[in-house]
Structure formats: structure tokens, C-alpha cells
Design a protein around this ligand. Structure first.
Ligand SMILES: Cc1cc2nc3c(=O)[nH]c(=O)nc-3n(C[C@H](O)[C@H](O)[C@H](O)COP(=O)(O)OP(=O)(O)OC[C@H]3O[C@@H](n4cnc5c(N)ncnc54)[C@H](O)[C@@H]3O)c2cc1C
Ligand code: SF4
Ligand code: SF4
Length: 580
């Protein structure tokens, strides 16, 4: 029989003398929604384990100071990394599978730039048994280790051979990529934690190595320090310089006279920095590299910018002899090369083409073919294969001596140096408290690519109760239906003519509008960003969200387990779990 309702007249509805909330409809369901955050792929790929979706969310909400504090939990150098990190995080951004990757490093820089006078609320934990740790070398590895060791409550003494702190960030990378004022501000923030700094004191020279014995633990982060040579006739001629020396002079305020035409040999960061600096000193520059562009070890951004600025590249050339001409110019004889097979590092091998040579002339030549580790000041037992030798917890053969950065066997980049400083600080803390490290590392990892979380470490450090590891979210787990297509935002740049007139910073950062767009492009993979989808779609209105305190609650007493919230969550944060 068909039931017909007449809505024009009054109709009966069930009523109760009490609130209907007493009827706990939640007991009818078989499944309940659970909010569980996952690790975003960008975060997994950042060696420092930066909380990228969190800082993008906070910056997008105009809460840049909180965004800065979120970064500083894992990385003391947002201003540096936002400028010169090779940003592996962006290579793995899920947005790249949808349209174009999010401008993560530009956002990291933006957060630093707009909070420049903010003194973040970071304090060392109380460590009653505060022991003393020595850190040797003040590059990104040493400064990061000092920062995290201080946060862990240790008394830290930092030894630096040079008069100023910063390592390659200070003496290698030129001003047009990393202004000294930015580095200074980041270093000052670290030193505010009360680190005892000894500059102009080289361990092994002014300070005997044995003097480090008085410390409870030692971290060695002395970087490379040796320029590799070409091993050819003529490389000691007057107009042949080492790339590191030229950059050092420029970064000390000098303007070396290198001539109108310069040949730079090499394909790494030093070669690119020296070539672009030579352009700024008024020279025409040819970079000669023995492989092709694809094999160049320099950061891609740097190669592209060098090309845009007018550096000429000549590939598949190996210098074999340098000589001086009567007019005092130099002549370089190159062997022509071709690619064949692969070397141990999985790069194409360059082999000579028999009998084929090329000659180039210039006013000077700058060698930038790599750096070696200076081991002359450490006991022989600590080194192997021309590097400081460490195990997976960064411990050397001496259990109280640890090492990191460019001096050990790891990729030579700033963010990996920072990551090793953090890892060493955790290792040292575990060593000084008599705990084993491997077990702990597996509990505080960010994904599966080696990054560790200091925040996770601190959360479980005292009781040993680590929070559950978060899986890495895959692209198909996202519900991209809710996202609109949009273009990646790039930073604007100084006009080429202006850029080449001096050493002013080339990349100009994002405006606040551009930063807002960049932040909103992030899918926030695996992390709730309070988009309110679940709130709006829940048919029972049982979800409460508090973006300010970043909390979300579901009234489970009345949730029937329909699963709508999970279906509409774009970022796989709400999952339906069967009730037992
Ligand atoms: C020119 C150049 C440009 C680069 N550009 C980039 C880039 O854009 N992005 C990027 O990610 N990476 C870049 N890199 C690589 C990156 O800079 C390094 O990987 C990183 O700086 C290594 O950090 P570190 O702390 O191990 O060593 P370093 O930065 O080399 O610092 C080591 C410090 O230890 C000090 N020291 C050495 N021996 C002693 C001793 N016995 N006693 C006391 N102090 C000592 C040194 O004076 C120095 O200050 C670049 C490298 C170069 C050379
Ligand atoms: S430190 Fe480098 S890898 Fe990490 S978030 Fe910043 S730009 Fe990306
Ligand atoms: S969309 Fe956002 S959270 Fe997802 S990988 Fe890219 S930057 Fe990271």
C-alpha cells in the first residue's frame, strides 16, 4: 500500500521530554572514523625531515611565526635552506603528479624573511646531568649539532679555525645567492642558546687534538678543506687559481683581478659559483667540463642561472696541459672525451677520443674540480678511504667521537650536513645516557629515506614511549576531486643586467600574495588542514574543528559510522576503522 503524506497540514514527529542526545546512535554502527596523520612524501625526502605540510598550512593562514617555530624544531637554517638548498623535497611533491610541484623552498625562505625580527620560543630542555660536548667546525653540520645538543641541554663548546662562523655558507657561497646578513641572523639565533664559541682556534694547531679529551663527547665537522688538483703540466702557473681561494677572497670583500676572459674547469657548485662570480667581476667565462650537462654535479638551479647569465659551457673536454703565451695569456690543451659505460657512482664514464684535441686561450684559469677532506689533524685510526670513518650512528672508532657533514661519506649538500648534525646530537645524547641508538632511530624516522625527527625524539626521550610511526601517503590515497588545477609560483629575479653589475641577491623571494597562493596549492598530503569538508558533509553534524589549536573531534557517541567524512577527506586523514 502506498503511504501518502500531506505536507500542507500538520504532521506528527517523534518528540522526547529529554534531549535526543541521550539516544546514543553511535552504538548502532560497525565502523568509526579515526583521524590519523600520515607522512607527506616531501617531508620524507627532506633530509632534515622538515614538517612541510604544517609550515605551509601555518604560513597560508598568516601564522608565519608559528610556521617558523615548526621549521626550527627540525632545521635551524630556514633562511639558508630557503635560498640554497637543492630542495629534494620538491622532486617528490605529490602535486607534481597533478599539475606542478609546490614552491616549498621559496616558502621556507618566505617564512624566514617575514619573521626576521621574531625571537622564537625555543629553549633547552632541563638536563640535570648537563655534560660537555665539543663541536669542531662551524659549517651547517657543526652549527646544527651545536644547536640540537644545546636543545638537549648539553654545554657546548664550538671550535672554529676561521675568524667567523659558517664554513662554506660564509666563505664559499657568494652573496648573490646567500646574503651574509641572512647567515648572520641564523647564526645569531643559534648562539642565543648560549654556546661557547672559540673562533680562530684550529684543532690540531692552536688547540691540540688531545685537549678534546676533557669533553664527554666530541663531534667532528671540519668539512673538506683541500682543493683537488688537476694533476697536469702548468697547473702551478701564475694565472691558474683554485676556485675555493677565489671565492674566499670575494667573500672576504676583495675583488680579485682575474682578467677579461676566464676558463673555469669543473662542473660542481664551486665551478658554478666561481663562474658566476667571474661574470660579476667583468670577465667573459667558459666552463669546461669533462662529461655532459646531465652529469654535472652542481645544483640544477645554479647551472640554469649560470646559463641565463651568459656563462658559456663546453662539454666533454678534459684539460691535459696549460702553458703561457708571449702575450701572457694562457693556453689550455683539452682532450676531447665521449661517454661510455658507468662509473661506481652510476654516472656515465668519460673516456678520451683518441687523437682529438681542442685548444682554448684565456687570461686566466680557475680550477674547481672538487674538494678533499683534510685529515692531517686527526688520529689516523679515525679515517678510512680519505674520509672520517663513521658507522650508521655517526660514531667513529672512538666511541666518544662522532662525525658528520662533508668530512664523512655522504652527499655534500647543506641539508644533508644539517641532517647529520641532528643525527649526531641524538646519537651523542643516547651515548651519554648509556642507550643504544639503532633501536631509537627506527622509532623516530620520518618515512623511509633516512630523515629523523627531533620532535619525535624529544617526545619519547624520557619515558621511551615513542609515538606510532606514520606511514608515507601515496598519490592514489589522495582524493584529488576537490583540488583545482593551478600553476606553480616562481620567485621573481633581479634583471640580468642589474644582477651582473654586483653581488646583490638574484632571487627576490615571494610577495605575501604569491606566498598565499603557494601555500594554498599544497594538498597537505596526510595532514588535516581544516578544510572543513568532513564538518560540512557529516549528515549528523558531529564533527568539531579548531584550526587555532589544530584539533579535531568527532562525537563518537552519536556517529553511526556512515563513512561520509572519510570519503570526502581529500588528504586521507580520516579512515574508517572496524569496531571489534
Ligand atoms: C662553493 C660551494 C658552493 C656550494 N653551494 C651549495 C649549495 O648551493 N647548496 C648546497 O646544498 N650545498 C652547497 N655546497 C655544499 C655545502 O656547502 C657543503 O656540503 C656543506 O657546507 C658542508 O658542511 P660542513 O659543516 O660539513 O662543512 P663546512 O661548511 O666546510 O664547514 C667546516 C668548518 O670547519 C672548520 N674547520 C676545519 N678544520 C678545523 C679544525 N681542525 N678546527 C676547527 N675548525 C675547523 C672550517 O674552517 C669550516 O668553517 C657548496 C659547496 C661549495 C664548496
Ligand atoms: S631543507 Fe631543503 S629539502 Fe628540506 S624542506 Fe627545505 S628546501 Fe626542502
Ligand atoms: S602537495 Fe604539499 S604535502 Fe603534498 S607532497 Fe606537495 S608540498 Fe608536500
Amino acid at each position: 500500500m502506498d503511504i501518502k503524506y500531506d505536507f500542507s497540514s500538520e504532521f506528527a514527529i517523534p518528540i522526547s521530554y529529554g534531549s535526543s542526545e541521550v539516544i546514543e546512535t553511535g552504538k548502532w554502527g560497525f565502523e568509526k572514523p579515526e583521524t590519523a596523520f600520515m607522512t607527506a612524501p616531501c617531508q620524507e625526502t627532506c633530509p632534515a625531515g622538515n614538517a612541510i605540510p604544517q609550515f605551509l598550512y601555518l604560513a597560508g593562514e598568516g601564522r608565519s611565526k608559528e610556521a617558523l617555530e615548526a621549521i626550527l624544531k627540525e632545521n635551524p637554517f630556514p633562511g639558508v635552506c630557503g635560498r640554497v638548498c637543492f630542495h629534494p623535497c620538491e622532486n617528490n611533491c605529490h602535486r607534481g603528479q597533478y599539475d606542478e610541484v609546490v614552491s616549498i623552498s621559496a616558502m621556507e625562505r618566505y617564512i624566514f624573511d617575514v619573521t626576521s625580527n621574531h625571537h622564537p620560543d625555543i629553549h633547552p630542555i632541563s638536563n640535570a646531568d648537563s655534560k660537555q660536548v665539543a663541536v669542531v667546525g662551524s659549517g651547517p653540520a657543526g652549527l646544527s649539532a651545536a644547536y640540537f645538543l644545546r636543545l638537549l641541554g648539553y654545554r657546548v663548546t664550538l671550535f672554529e679555525a676561521r675568524k667567523e662562523l659558517g664554513g662554506v655558507m660564509r666563505w664559499g657561497i657568494p652573496e648573490y645567492r646567500l646574503p651574509k646578513s641572512i647567515l648572520k641572523e641564523e647564526i645569531e639565533r643559534i648562539l642565543q642558546l648560549s654556546i661557547d664559541v672559540k673562533t680562530g682556534e684550529k684543532v690540531g694547531k692552536e688547540i691540540p687534538f688531545e685537549e678534546l679529551d676533557r669533553f664527554n663527547a666530541v663531534f667532528l665537522s671540519s668539512g673538506t678543506g683541500l682543493s683537488l688538483s688537476l694533476g697536469i703540466e702548468g697547473e702551478d702557473l701564475k694565472k691558474v687559481w683554485r676556485g675555493g681561494d677565489i671565492l674566499d677572497r670575494i667573500n672576504s670583500g676583495d675583488k680579485p683581478r682575474i682578467g677579461k676572459e676566464i676558463i673555469v674547469i669543473g662542473g660542481g657548485n664551486t665551478a658554478m659559483d666561481v663562474a658566476r662570480s667571474a661574470l660579476r667581476l667583468g670577465s667573459r667565462v667558459i666552463v669546461a667540463y669533462r662529461r655532459t650537462r646531465a652529469e654535472m654535479p652542481a645544483i640544477e638551479d645554479e647551472i640554469r642561472e649560470a646559463e641565463e647569465e651568459g656563462v658559456r659551457f663546453e662539454f666533454l673536454l678534459l684539460p691535459v696541459k696549460i702553458s703561457v703565451l708571449k702575450n701572457r695569456r694562457i693556453r689550455v690543451k683539452f682532450q676531447r672525451m665521449r661517454l661510455r659505460g658507468w662509473d661506481q657512482s652510476n654516472r656515465h664514464k668519460a673516456i678520451p677520443i683518441k687523437g682529438e684535441f681542442l685548444t682554448l686561450e684565456a687570461d686566466g684559469l680557475i680550477k674547481a674540480v672538487g674538494e678533499g677532506v683534510d685529515l692531517s689533524w686527526i688520529p689516523e685510526t679515525l679515517s678510512k678511504n680519505s674520509l672520517i670513518n663513521v658507522n650508521s650512528s655517526l660514531t667513529t672508532s672512538n666511541p666518544k667521537i662522532f662525525a658528520g657533514g662533508d668530512a664523512i661519506d655522504q652527499p655534500r649538500t647543506i641539508v644533508t650536513a644539517i641532517a647529520s648534525g641532528k643525527k649526531a646530537a641524538i646519537s651523542i645524547d643516547l651515548y651519554l645516557r648509556g642507550c643504544t641508538s639503532e633501536d631509537v632511530f627506527s622509532k623516530i624516522r620520518v618515512g623511509n629515506k633516512g630523515a629523523l625527527s627531533m620532535e619525535a625524539y624529544l617526545s619519547g626521550r624520557n619515558g621511551g614511549n615513542w609515538s606510532e610511526l606514520k606511514e608515507v601517503i601515496s598519490y592514489p590515497q589522495l582524493n584529488t576531486l576537490y583540488f583545482e588545477h593551478s600553476k606553480r609560483v616562481e620567485m621573481s629575479k633581479l634583471n640580468r643586467n642589474k644582477a651582473l653589475k654586483g653581488f646583490s641577491e638574484v632571487n627576490l623571494g615571494l610577495t605575501s600574495d604569491e606566498a598565499g597562493i603557494s601555500a594554498s596549492r599544497c594538498f597537505s598530503c596526510g595532514t588535516c588542514n581544516y578544510c572543513y569538508n568532513c564538518y560540512f558533509f557529516c549528515p549528523e553534524g558531529l564533527i568539531s574543528l579548531d584550526p587555532l589549536h589544530q584539533t579535531k573531534t568527532v562525537d563518537l557517541d552519536h556517529c553511526k559510522g556512515c563513512g561520509t567524512c572519510a570519503k570526502v577527506c581529500p588528504r586521507y586523514v580520516v579512515l574508517m576503522k572496524e569496531l571489534s
